[in-house]
Design a protein around this ligand. Structure first.
Ligand code: HAM
Length: 416
């Protein structure tokens, strides 16, 4: 016999009833996006490799080790998107959305791909809820984006979590900080091989190194906050002031740099308690220079992405499990089954979830199916019910019964 084909390592099926929890999160996010004036954008899963190399940065783990990159049949280098921000910006510039007045607010949901070592909370195909606000550098927009993120997380009942914030400054602040950091790193022995290279090519990346030894060395490293220019410092102070005004608790994390090179000014992450090593459920920040890096005009922007897979691990089990009342119609005999089918469709037309069994099995078998489907109500149709046009509507949780006229069943159930 041929061997069974399995899903690719690091990629998984998300099955019912788990999918109801995902829908609950996505519905909550869509609702929050609506209230904050965001609109959905849908993008291809594959882009030119150059888009990600140019935006995320060639020294990052994502670009140097984790991309699914392949030549297409024509020989062009394509990549399964490891994140959405670069692709959103590509689409905005390509379609001229940047020319519209005001802040362009876009969100997109879907899978991303990174060739990482799979573990709890880390997959090779994972899912993000992505939010981007383009066209303003106002600190109010930073605050608004963070408020929106925290609101989504609250709506889905995320438990204890910490919002970590930092400012990475503008390119001038970063240049001064990089010089100081590089000098510090050059004077230290024992950095990992990657960081020995990065301390020259891209010292900010060293701050994001996961090696325990590098982390230890970094304890004495200079911090960005001390290198912010007055404008960047004022911008950050205003963001923090607004977060406080709206009751958002945050922790300043002076070494937070995030894993992508495009960030400027505000950067943030939300970590959730109870997740172990992969504890970041969302991350984001400003990327004021990215549009120009991609050949576009000046277009300051900020956004975030929520990692849905990780979020699911810590959300309440019963989230989204209440999908409304369900009715099961049991029927005995051909005419009753025929009548039940009409009734079934009438109920569905009313938006009531209804099921029946078409196989002509015994009443006992049908009732055990009703149990398995977790029906809230059952109706049994036999010859007597067809004659009188009435049947007993039974509420499963309590065993209570009420007699109803069959033609009125959809109306009665709609009112329950
Ligand atoms: P990121 O921090 O690379 O940011 O990813 C955001 C979130 O995606 C992470 O906090 C995590 O929850 C989830 N995530 C990342 N990699 C994996 C993985 N292998 N398995 C499961 N979950 C994962 C970005 O992607 C930026 N584009 C966010 C952004 C939007 N910045 C501005 N706008």
């Amino acid at each position: 016999m041929a061997g069974k084909i399995k899903a690719i390592r690091g990629m998984r099926d998300i099955l019912p009833p788990e999918t109801s929890r995902w829908q609950a999160v996505e519905n909550a996010a869509r609702e929050a996006f609506r209230v904050y004036g965001y609109r959905e954008i849908r993008l291809p899963l594959i882009e030119r490799t150059e888009l990600f190399a140019r935006s995320i940065g060639t020294d990052t783990d994502i670009v140097s080790k984790e991309m699914y990159t392949f030549p297409d049949r024509h020989g062009d280098s394509l990549t399964l998107r490891p994140e959405a921000t670069a692709a959103v910006l590509r689409a905005v510039l390509e379609n001229g959305l940047d020319k519209a007045a005001g802040v362009k607010k876009l969100y997109t949901l879907g899978p991303m791909f990174r060739y990482e070592r799979p573990q709890k909370g880390r997959y090779r195909q994972f899912h993000q809820i992505n939010c981007e606000a383009l066209g303003s550098d106002a600190p109010e927009v930073d605050a608004e984006v963070i408020l929106l993120l925290m609101e989504i997380l609250k709506k889905v009942h995320l438990g204890t979590n910490r919002l970590l914030v930092n400012s990475l400054g503008c390119p001038e602040c970063q240049a001064r900080f990089k010089a100081a950091l590089s000098q510090f790193l050059m004077s230290r022995e024992g950095l990992c091989e990657d960081c020995q290279r990065r301390r020259v090519t891209n010292p900010l990346r060293v701050l994001d190194c996961k090696s325990v030894h590098c982390k230890e060395i970094l304890k004495d490293a200079p911090v960005l906050k001390d290198y912010l220019c007055p404008d960047c410092a004022a911008h950050f102070a205003r963001v923090l002031e607004l977060l406080s005004r709206f009751g958002v608790t945050y922790e300043e994390q002076p070494r937070l740099v995030r894993g992508l090179d495009y960030y400027t000014r505000t950067a943030f992450e939300v970590v959730a308690v109870g997740l172990g090593a992969q504890d970041a459920v969302a991350g984001g920040g400003r990327y004021n220079g990215l549009a120009q890096q991609l050949g576009g005009p000046e277009l300051p922007a900020i956004g975030f992405a929520i990692g849905e897979d990780r979020l699911m691990e810590v959300l309440p089990e019963n989230l989204g499990q209440d999908d409304g009342k369900k009715v099961f119609l049991a029927a005995l005999g051909t005419s009753a089954m025929d009548k039940a089918f009409s009734l079934l469709q009438a109920l569905r037309q009313e938006g009531i979830a209804a099921e029946m069994d078409f196989s002509g099995r015994s009443l006992k078998a049908q009732m055990s199916l009703a149990d398995r489907l977790a029906a809230d109500y059952t109706v049994i149709l036999g010859d007597r019910e067809l004659e009188t046009g009435k049947a007993n509507l039974r509420r499963m949780a309590t065993g209570d019964q009420q007699e109803v006229t069959l033609s009125l069943l959809p109306m009665v159930l709609a009112g329950l």
